[in-house]
Design a protein around this ligand. Structure first.
Ligand code: HMG
Ligand code: MG
Length: 302
């Protein structure tokens, strides 16, 4: 066991969380969520995606959201850019970090970004080069790192291959994503080990959707490997429009509650985080999808 003493959390709620919402979410509400997350102590927020509005209508306002944020010193703002068109559009928004997102499964790559894995690497290469040239940090994500909605179980060797290809084109950090939340602790450890063949422990993160209720267990299992960076979503929002039935990322509130209880530093104020999750949940007219948030809100009410 090599548990880290501190963990960095990237809240992906405004992006992964909201991209899956059918009802329009106004720019001001998205900005309001980002502001509440930074006030709660989040040091990185995945704000939006510069993707095709035909593919993901909810992210069509990417530039307006980025333009409306009052940036807080010390906070990093990341955005998804699947190709040069997205990267060029993102540049005016001055992101601190961009994310190129590939997949360990061919079928998911086709459904999500309309190209094969090999073609995706070709598309990412100029994006990565242009970003690094401008001093913008490049994170990569490998979707379907344990399972695919179309192909079923995914072997760790597939993750190893995509990690190797991404490393070759200069991607600096690798996020191992369980897109549909089918992973269980040992499988997720194997997928992480595959990424660690090409990336240092300080350059990997876990991105676990919670569809089957395994994401907190998967987080603990990878913490025990020394992984100290995670993508989580406030109020457990989200899912991917091209992974039907998959629910949101593990709730930021649940992860922060667990880490606090383990004495692991996050720099996040849990009460303010609960307020952020409640704010967006109230707008969406539902309860936060977080056990910790529910418990704390019930306690407050009582
Ligand atoms: P395509 O149709 O193959 O692209 O889509 P194209 O290059 O042939 O262009 C077709 C049209 O799209 C053209 O417009 C382009 O200008 C436009 P038209 O001439 O028809 O009017 N276009 C764009 N517009 C805005 N921004 C762009 C852009 N690129 C082309 N960047 C493409 C390829 C990648 C664009 C498309 O498939 C797409 O947008 N996919 C994104 C899907 C997505 O956002 N999925 C969710 C995020 S990934 C995720 O959630 C997983 C993650 O959380 C990790 C995990 O959990 O697994 C990260
Ligand atoms: Mg995701």
């Amino acid at each position: 066991m090599k548990l880290p003493s501190r963990v960095k959390i990237v809240d992906v709620g405004p992006r992964d969380g909201l991209q899956n919402e059918a009802q329009p979410v106004p720019v001001e509400i998205k900005i309001g969520l980002v502001h509440r997350l930074q006030d709660a102590g989040l040091k990185e927020i995945e704000v939006t995606s510069f993707v095709s509005p035909k593919w993901v209508p909810q992210m069509a306002d990417a530039a307006a959201v980025m333009a409306g944020i009052q940036r807080k010193p010390g906070v990093r703002y990341s955005v998804l850019t699947p190709n040069m068109k997205g990267f060029e559009a993102a540049l005016a928004s001055r992101p601190d970090e961009i994310v190129v997102f590939g997949a360990a499964s061919e079928a998911f790559s086709q459904r999500n970004i309309n190209c094969s894995i090999a073609e995706s690497i070709e598309r990412f290469a100029p994006v990565v080069a242009a970003a690094r040239d401008k001093g913008i940090y490049v994170r990569g994500a490998i979707s379907c790192a344990v399972g695919c909605p179309y192909e079923g179980e995914v072997a760790p060797a597939r993750v190893e291959m995509v990690a190797r290809l991404m490393k070759q084109i200069g991607v600096q950090h690798m996020g191992v994503a369980d897109t549909i939340g089918v992973g269980t602790p040992v499988k997720v450890q194997r997928a992480m080990e595959a990424a660690l063949k090409h990336y240092d422990i300080d350059d990997v993160s876990g991105h676990f959707h919670d569809t089957y209720g395994q994401a907190l267990g998967n987080t603990l299992a990878t913490l025990e490997m020394g992984v100290w960076q995670y993508d989580t979503s406030s109020a457990g929002l989200g899912g991917c429009p091209y992974a039907k039935g998959a629910t949101g990322n593990v709730a930021t509130e649940d992860v922060v509650y667990m880490l606090q209880g383990m004495g692991i530093e996050t720099g996040i104020d849990l009460d303010k985080l609960i307020d952020a999750g409640k704010y967006i949940s109230d707008f969406l007219q539902r309860k936060p999808n977080s056990r910790a948030a529910t418990a704390i809100l019930n306690k407050r009410a009582g």
